[in-house]
Each structure stands twice: as structure tokens, then as C-alpha cells.
Write a protein that binds this ligand. Structure first.
Ligand SMILES: [Fe+2]
Ligand SMILES: [Fe+2]
Length: 435
């Protein structure tokens, strides 16, 4: 194992939900070195600017590399709000802002993949005429039976409990922040859509992927609106805040990092929507189960596409791909909606994550399972010809999932805390059980 420092659990896992396990790693021998030094950076990512927004200190590749190895299974810390004079809500990110970290030779690798992307990536898209549309699964407003269909929908939805609704709303809001995710893809050097209508396969992919994803939030939003069970104005405010806040998945304009992130993230959404489908069926809303299942199937297809890109990177540049995988897992995969805010609850994402954990929609175990799935998918244990840093990254990612599971099992053995409830504006401030 590359990192021998001990694991320390700092907070109860189950209690705080593991939407984004926070994982830091340490080189215990490196503690005396200055943050300004870059000598412990994996060789591949040392060209980027690493500027800490709150100070003039330039961080190393991974500032976490100077701390004891600590695994906490808490959700991403809520953003610290900065209500500026203008009244615009601006969350402050706590980590360093790192940009353009890809090395020139790795950028050339990306640029050499255009033909491959045309041949292999584009076929993962579905032609518009073959795609389902939200209207296929909603009451038809031009038909005479519209009111009857809405009535039936509301009768089915009347049985959905508040904890289910909170998770579904959180998932819908996550989908509705799609402008942020298209922006994120268009930060990636070598694959961004340079003009907004670029004819490169990467540009085509990004726009068509966005267009497919756009159906997800649209359908869930309309469905939830028609149920009459949720506070649409509060939800709409949360969406506006979230898009205004953006996200920083720490992918550093680097497509190697970006596609590791999207591979992980698409699988996470596949799991989450798959579970909301299963739960809807158990709760007697078969139509909602179909809706969530269709969305999950899209996420699965997208996961396969993004995983294919990283698989190709492992083939043409195994060291670069390994370093990228290790780097993203050390930094942890932040959920795309981790900066969500409804104007009231500063801990909204953490609270939503706890409900998702308690209802079994997305859990610490899922995080470990996704990581293990990707390790197997990319045959990570078998990759050869790596640099010393690459081998360290390989060790790290191959041993991380069992460590996360062990921590989760230990947390499960602890005496259960008494149940805790919280209120959510999304369901008219009704009490929802958090754990
Ligand atoms: Fe989606
Ligand atoms: Fe997705």
C-alpha cells in the first residue's frame, strides 16, 4: 500500500451520510515541506495554477497530502454563504482553485483521440427521434382526459411519504442545474465546445449529452408540480441558487480528471434514480417508477460512454489515466449539487444527503461500490508500466473501497443514535426523519 498512515474515522458515518466521503491522504514524510513546494506533486499535474482564493498561498498539487490520512464520511460541508451588498448569494469554496493542470504531451494525447471519439463515443448518443420525451409520461394538456389523468396522478402521489419526496426533489434539483454541468464539460482543455456549435466529436457529444439530460429535470419537475405535494416556489428558488452557485468538482480544466469525474458521477445518478424507481414501485406509483427507471437507463448509457473514454486513456496513456483516477479519488468525488441552498437552510445538501442515506437511495456503500466497479471496469489492478507515482495511485485506488467499507461497517456497529428529524422547505417545512 502506498500510503501507510492510519485511518481515522472522525464522525459517525451513518449519521452524516456518505454522499461524498471526504478522503485525504498523507505522505507522512512530507510534513515539513512548504506548501509552496510542488515536489510531492504527481509528475503529471504540476503545470497548473493552484491559487487559494482566500490567501496568496499557492498550494501544492494536493494540499491534503500534508495531513494525516483521514477518512470522514460526511457529506460535503455546506458552503459558507457570502451575502454581498448586491444581495447575490455567493458560496465560498474552501479548497484551492486549480486550473489548466494538464501537461502539453497529455493534451496532445487528447487531441489525437478525435477519430476515436467520432467512431466510439458518438454512437452512445441516441437520435432525438428515438428518445422518449417528458410529454410521453405526463398527462396530455390538449386532451379532454387531462384533468382525469392529473387526478389519477395526484391520487397515486398522495401515498408518497415525505422522505421519498425530499430525495426525489433533491434529485430533480440536481438535474435542473444542468447549465452548470455543461459549463463544467466546456472547461475541459482539448474537448470543450470552442464555439458553441463546434463540429468536433467532443463538441457534438457535449451538446447532445446536455440535450438528453435536459429531459430528466424537465420530466421530474413537471411530475412533481402536478402531484401538488411539494413547495414549487421553494424548489424553484433552490434551483436558481444552485445554478448561481455553480460547482467545482476540482477537475482543473483537465479532461483526464473530468472524465474520471463524469464516469463516477453518471454511475452515482444511475444508482440513485434506480433506487427512486424501486421505491416508487414499492410505494404504489408505477408510473413514477417508470419515469425514474427511464432516467436511470439514460444515466447508465452515459456512464458507459464516459467510462469508455477513461478506458481509452488507460490504453494510450496508462500512467496519466492512473494518476488522474488516484487524484480524483484522493480529492473525493463531490456531488454536483453540493452547493444547494434554498434561502433558509445552510445545511440543505447535508440534510438531503442524510435522507438519501437513510432511505437507501444513495449511501456510503454505493460510493465504495462505484469505486470498485470502476477499478474492475478499467482493470486497474492489472495496469503495468507505471511510474512510481502511478503505482502509488494504483495502490491507493485499489485499496480504498475496502477501507471505506470497513469504516462503514464499524460505524454500523456503534450504538444507534436516537432518531433525528429536520424540516425541509421543499415539503412545506414538514418534519422528515434524517436518521
Ligand atoms: Fe440526468
Ligand atoms: Fe447524467
Amino acid at each position: 500500500m502506498a500510503v501507510s498512515a492510519q485511518l481515522v474515522r472522525t464522525e459517525a458515518i451513518a449519521a452524516s451520510c456518505a454522499m461524498t466521503p471526504r478522503i485525504c491522504c498523507v505522505n507522512p514524510t512530507a510534513g515539513a515541506k512548504s506548501l509552496k513546494q510542488t515536489s510531492f506533486c504527481p509528475s503529471s499535474w504540476t503545470t497548473g495554477q493552484r491559487l487559494c482564493p482566500n490567501s496568496s498561498v499557492q498550494s501544492s498539487h494536493n494540499s491534503a497530502a500534508l495531513k494525516p490520512l483521514t477518512v470522514t464520511m460526511t457529506a460535503t460541508m455546506p458552503p459558507k454563504a457570502d451575502h454581498q451588498v448586491s444581495g447575490i448569494y455567493v458560496p465560498k469554496e474552501v479548497h484551492a482553485q486549480v486550473t489548466h493542470s494538464i501537461l502539453p504531451e497529455r493534451l496532445e494525447v487528447i487531441k489525437s483521440l478525435d477519430a476515436w471519439a467520432e467512431e466510439t463515443l458518438i454512437p452512445f448518443l441516441k437520435p432525438v427521434e428515438k428518445c422518449w420525451q417528458p410529454q410521453d409520461h405526463l398527462p396530455e394538456p390538449s386532451s379532454e382526459g387531462f384533468y382525469e389523468e392529473v387526478k389519477e396522478l395526484r391520487e397515486r402521489a398522495a401515498n408518497l411519504p415525505d422522505d421519498y419526496l425530499v430525495v426525489l426533489v433533491g434529485d430533480m434539483i440536481t438535474e435542473e442545474a444542468l447549465p452548470t454541468y455543461q459549463t463544467m464539460l466546456n472547461t475541459l482543455d482539448g474537448t470543450k465546445d470552442e464555439t458553441g456549435a463546434s463540429l468536433t466529436p467532443w463538441g457534438v457529444w457535449t451538446r447532445a449529452w446536455t440535450a438528453e439530460e435536459n429531459r430528466h429535470g424537465d420530466l421530474l419537475n413537471k411530475y412533481l408540480y402536478l402531484t401538488g405535494r411539494v413547495n414549487m416556489k421553494s424548489i424553484e428558488k433552490t434551483i436558481q441558487y444552485l445554478i448561481g452557485s455553480g460547482m467545482d468538482p476540482q477537475t482543473e480544466n483537465n479532461p483526464y480528471l473530468g472524465f474520471v469525474y463524469t464516469s463516477f458521477q453518471e454511475r452515482a445518478t444511475f444508482i440513485s434514480h434506480g433506487n427512486t424507481a424501486r421505491h416508487a414501485k414499492e410505494l404504489g406509483d408505477a408510473k413514477l417508477a417508470t419515469i425514474c427507471g427511464l432516467i436511470a437507463a439514460d444515466e447508465r448509457r452515459h456512464e458507459n460512454a464516459y467510462s469508455k473514454i477513461v478506458e481509452k486513456l488507460f490504453e494510450v496513456d496508462p500512467d496519466g489515466a492512473m494518476l488522474a483516477f488516484g487524484d480524483m479519488m484522493r480529492k473525493k468525488i463531490a456531488m454536483p449539487a453540493h452547493l444547494m441552498y434554498d434561502g433558509v437552510d445552510q445545511n440543505l445538501f447535508a440534510n438531503f444527503s442524510m435522507v438519501a442515506q437513510r432511505t437507501g437511495t444513495y449511501t456510503a456503500r454505493d460510493y465504495a461500490d462505484i469505486l470498485e466497479h470502476l477499478v474492475n471496469r478499467w482493470n486497474v489492478t492489472k495496469v503495468e508500466g507505471l511510474s512510481a507515482e502511478g503505482r502509488k495511485a494504483q495502490d491507493f485506488v485499489c485499496t480504498l473501497a475496502p477501507r471505506i467499507r470497513k469504516l462503514e461497517e464499524r460505524a454500523q456497529l456503534k450504538p444507534k443514535k436516537s432518531p433525528k428529524t429536520g424540516t425541509f422547505s421543499w415539503v412545506f417545512d414538514r418534519e422528515v426523519q434524517m436518521w
